[in-house]
Design a protein around this ligand. Structure first.
Ligand SMILES: Cc1cc2nc3c(=O)[nH]c(=O)nc-3n(C[C@H](O)[C@H](O)[C@H](O)COP(=O)(O)OP(=O)(O)OC[C@H]3O[C@@H](n4cnc5c(N)ncnc54)[C@H](O)[C@@H]3O)c2cc1C
Length: 461
């Protein structure tokens, strides 16, 4: 274990901070988004720049301590922390440079989605990312990145042009189609397995406002609603996105009193086509049912991306499960409705995020993200603010996951998984796993970066 002197040296040599268990802010700094995770790192290194990251990695190698990497701290499985090891915390690295002419953004690794949204929106631009603004850009991007603009512009990794990475050797390298292309392939979906990414450069989309928001239907209409949703999105242009959900209507504003605390199904829409055409596109949708709630209207893109931020503040207990889904058969729909009617708490839900449209324009072997043929990435979350309810929401989530497994398409989005073991990771990467393991062996042969959805280095022959 490291000495007081070596910590003193590290402190003096970096621009950022070193936080130890005895420090006043240790409890605050070791807290992450999911309150179900309670890990105690030996030290937290809050890096200010790439050089700090290099020094932190060199320190950990020399002192032989395990390393976890923290971007936004949202990971459900708590992979941003490690007991008794070092956390390389990137949350102070917040620089964002927009080039409006080239429609690109260079984003440092500590940025949250909402910070990128605000910066890009000022220039009438947007990055396809996720649906909650407090999520970290880093972890979301490295796992793939799915959200409202997926059908229009692909996954977040499909917009990635370049990244800077500190490797297990401590070297800082640039990765792109032309510089270390194998590593560029691997970080687009392969998670934090290959090094610490310190910045990302993205190609943006020219999107400012969208026609978007939620619509609900009664649970009694859920079967027909899912069928209708399946049909309408199958044949829609990439301008129309909607994720299907089973939920309990939150018991407060802006929801009408007669719907509060009711189990319903719903779709959160995002239309990116010409605004003057929106009413016409939504005419058949509004005629179905009709919906018991319709909050769809023109809104700025960051408002849509932040719509759930107040409902899901940090500090609740989360248990996650996920599947890729390609077909909504009658049996699958019945099983989903069964669990939709048994949702154990107002924050627990399931979402079917579309991953068709532009996501399918990239071949499965072009990036590490392996499911370019499924239509949805389904997530089931058991969530509650009260630790006493954690067991109940977890049981609902696990049972739901097991019972719909026969209707799923194999594997899951790694960013929606808990620590579920090697076979689940392999299933999620499919035919890309072998290449990932070879690239891991080249850049991180000792599996130094293993606090993640881990890809074991291939054996060298
Ligand atoms: C409320 C909520 C909503 C979400 N919504 C979406 C969504 O709409 N779309 C979506 O795709 N995902 C979504 N997610 C999942 C999200 O993508 C993952 O939780 C992701 O891990 C979050 O990234 P982070 O930087 O906040 O994570 P962290 O917990 O900080 O990091 C997670 C892991 O990523 C790796 N990592 C992070 N940063 C780096 C880095 N710079 N270099 C190397 N490795 C790194 C490490 O292995 C780390 O352990 C959501 C999560 C939550 C909690």
């Amino acid at each position: 274990m490291y000495s007081i002197n070596s910590i003193k040296n590290l402190r003096e040599n970096i621009q950022g901070e070193v936080i130890l268990p005895k420090d006043e802010n240790y409890e605050e700094e070791r807290t992450i988004y999911n309150a179900m995770i309670d890990k105690h790192p030996a030290l937290i290194v809050k890096c200010r720049d790439e050089q700090d990251v290099k020094k932190a990695i060199q320190f950990a190698r020399k002192e032989e301590i395990e390393v976890a990497v923290r971007g936004g701290g949202h990971n459900g499985a708590g992979l941003a922390l490690v007991d008794d090891g070092m956390v390389v915390d990137l949350s102070l690295m917040k620089d964002i440079q927009i080039d409006p002419a080239k429609q690109t953004a260079r984003v440092q690794a500590g940025c949250l989605l909402k910070e990128v949204d605000e910066a890009t929106h000022e220039h009438g631009l947007a990055l396809p990312s996720g649906i909650v603004g407090t999520t970290g850009v880093s972890g979301l991007t490295l796992g793939g990145g799915i959200g409202y603009l997926s059908r229009k512009g692909g996954l977040t990794i499909d917009r990635l042009k370049e990244a800077e990475v500190v490797l297990a050797s401590g070297d800082l390298v640039t990765v792109s189609e032309t510089s270390n292309p194998d590593l560029f392939w691997a970080i687009r979906g392969g998670g934090g397995n290959f090094g610490v990414v310190t910045s990302f450069t993205f190609n943006l989309l020219p999107i400012k406002n969208v026609y978007a928001g939620p619509m609900f239907w009664p649970l009694e209409q859920a079967h027909e609603a899912m069928k209708f949703y399946d049909e309408i999105t199958k044949n829609a242009s990439n301008d129309l996105y909607g994720f299907f959900a089973f939920l309990i209507v939150p018991p407060g504003d802006p929801f009408p009193e007669h719907l509060r605390s009711k189990n319903v199904c719903g779709i959160v829409w995002c239309y990116t086509g010409p605004i003057e055409k929106a009413e016409e596109v939504f005419k058949p949708i509004r005629e179905f049912g009709p919906p018991i709630l319709d909050f769809v209207d023109e809104i700025p893109m960051p408002d849509l991306n932040g719509m759930f931020d107040d409902l899901y503040p940090p500090g609740m207990h989360w248990y996650w499960r996920a599947h890729f889904v390609n077909e909504l058969t009658d049996d699958a729909i019945r099983e989903n409705i069964k669990y939709g009617s048994q949702i154990p708490s107002v924050h627990s839900t399931t979402h079917f995020y579309p991953i068709d449209g532009a996501v399918h324009d990239t071949e499965t072997n072009q990036t590490a993200w392996a499911k370019r043929s499924s239509r949805w990435s389904q997530v089931i979350v058991g969530v509650d603010p009260d630790p006493d309810n954690a067991e109940e929401v977890t049981a609902w989530c696990k049972n739901y996951y097991d019972d719909i497994a026969p209707y799923a398409d194999g594997g899951a989005y790694v960013n929606f998984m808990m620590e579920e073991g090697e076979s689940r990771i392999k299933a999620s990467y499919g035919n890309n796993y072998e290449r990932l393991a070879e690239i891991k062996a080249k850049y991180d042969p000792d599996n130094f970066f293993h606090i993640n959805q881990n890809i074991e280095p291939a054996a060298v022959t």
